[in-house]
Write a new protein. Sequence first.
Length: 206
Amino acid sequence: MEFSSKLLEQAVIEVSRLPGIGKRTALRLVLHLLRQPETQTRQLSDALVSLREKILLCKNCHNISDTAFCEICANPARDSRTVCVVEDIRDVLAIENTGQYQGQYHVLGGKISPLDGIGPGQLNIRTLVEKVRLGQIDEIIFALSANIEGDTTNFYIYRQIENFPVKMTTIARGIPVGDELEFTDEVTLGRSLMQRIPFEGSQKLN
């Protein structure tokens, strides 16, 4: 793709780095921005810069937040002793959209995946185990995607806390095996949360 402007080319290159965005789509987006009022483009760039400079991770659950504690953890109406373990912010949003869950979350920041070089030490597992050890949690709900990496991560956490007096459940498998949680429709996800089952009976544990 030949460009008449180096500035245009650089903008297209940067936009095309976004997931799912090819060079042609990036070009359409950049040209669209050029046709908009300058204030709109500046608002977009300012929002992105602010996102990078000011975004925080919640000290309690590792969710993305504007403050030290996210709105969910800071809400006294939420059940702080029921914790739903998820992979990332997209799963928090998916579960919140169901309107069926009133507990808190623990965002791992990924799943154990040796092929991708991701081990337990690179995830937010230690802080979850510490909460259990201190008796701060009554129930943990495993809500990772129904695939090998998700099951491996669930089992690893289970082995870390199985000797503590904490109830462990997993969302019902109305969610197809291999599917990512964020792409599950709200009704199915909500029912899976409400019909959760004991983790020990959800799979064969060695």
